[in-house]
Design a protein around this ligand. Structure first.
Ligand code: ACO
Length: 323
């Protein structure tokens, strides 16, 4: 048995920027409304022929280039996404093929905006079991491909991107100090993208393959439940808010983050969030925020970071990590 440590991080966002001013020309909205209600100024949009696997491969390449790590000997790839190129083969298997990993498992995980943290929890367990030594965990989305650009209540939120971390077995202290998971499945019909069914628990849903959200319900749930989960996680780790160097919540909406900070007692200036530039990138949002902070020197080795994903399901997944 050994512990798990994060040894590298990488990320990628598509070149094309969709600004609030661009959206003003597409739906009845304004830059002022979007900034005030969400904190988002722009988001990245994948090219027509650019898919989730392309974003993931670029994020892994970035990780290799910056940290000099090898991935050919990886034992497992876990990709958290709601926007895979194809239902199957999964996106993780595209990455295995791209990098020629000879002995590598590959799975895809669906937990919407909680997906990256859920994947990190699973990878940690696999490493602790002693069965595997090296696992790539990725959160990636091309939400623009399932966004309804005639619906002003959702199209202003979503963007595309990918973030990858390498988790390796180590004899040193493990990086995951604690974790939490919660599910409120009875609220699932408030945020969904239909696939085969046209109802959830008897609630009829729109079966057009695009994201549908009851923003007010999801907002209310997030600001009530996330602070409870955050404080519970800290308690279970024996930590106080002042012991946390950084808080990396899912970047759904800047107002949700402000409210969660207020209710859980975490100072807002401890928040790592790339929401202004990238919007809500679901499973990619937390690794994108982490990597932005690594790149600009805020997040340093040894820092204690509280990661907290929440969204479709409705699902929460949190983890306290020693970076
Ligand atoms: N521009 C201008 N006006 C708008 C827009 C827009 N883009 N969107 C909505 N409005 C209008 C509404 O029609 C409404 O008008 P009305 O009062 O005449 O009916 C008014 O603005 C207020 O609408 P609300 O829905 O109350 O606006 P709110 O302040 O709640 O903001 C938002 C909406 C941003 C969607 C917010 O509810 C939110 O962030 N919800 C949670 C999102 C989230 O966390 N998602 C989870 C993760 S996503 C995932 O898992 C994939």
């Amino acid at each position: 048995r050994s512990n798990a440590r994060i040894t590298a991080i990488g990320s990628y966002v598509p070149d094309r920027i969709l600004s609030n001013f661009d959206l003003e020309r597409m739906v009845d909205t304004s830059d002022e409304w979007i900034v005030q209600r969400t904190g988002i100024r722009e988001r990245r949009i994948a090219a027509e022929n650019e898919y989730c696997s392309d974003l993931c491969i670029a994020a892994v390449r970035d990780m290799i280039d910056r940290y000099g790590v090898t991935v050919q000997d990886a034992d497992y790839i876990i990709v958290a996404t709601e926007t895979p190129d194809t239902s199957f083969p999964n996106v993780a298997s595209r990455i295995q093929a791209a990098f020629g990993m000879a002995n590598c498992g590959s799975v895809e995980l669906h937990a919407a905006c909680a997906g990256f943290v859920a994947a990190l929890q699973m990878a940690n367990g696999l490493l602790l079991s002693g069965a595997y030594r090296k696992i790539i965990v990725i959160g990636a989305e091309t939400l623009s491909k399932i966004t309804d650009y005639t619906d002003r209540t959702t199209c202003i939120l979503f963007g595309d991107g990918a973030g990858a971390v390498l988790l390796e077995a180590s004899d040193q202290e493990g990086c995951l100090l604690g974790m939490i998971s919660r599910t409120d499945g009875s609220l699932g019909h408030h945020l969904y993208r239909s696939n085969l069914s046209d109802s959830i628990d008897g609630h009829p849903i729109r079966n057009n393959g695009l994201i549908v959200q009851n923003g007010r319900e999801v907002y209310r749930w997030a600001v009530e439940q996330v602070p409870l989960g955050v404080n519970r996680l800290l308690d279970e780790c024996g930590l106080k808010t002042e012991d946390i160097d950084w808080f990396a919540p899912h970047t759904a909406n800047a107002r949700i983050i402000e409210s969660v900070c207020g209710r859980s007692g975490i100072p807002l200036d401890k928040t790592l969030s790339a929401i202004e530039r990238f919007g809500n990138t679901s499973a990619a949002s937390i690794p994108l925020s982490l990597d932005a902070a690594v790149r600009d020197g805020r997040l340093k080795s040894g820092d204690i970071v509280l990661l907290y994903g929440f969204g479709g399901g409705l699902i929460q997944a949190g983890a306290v990590v020693r970076w």
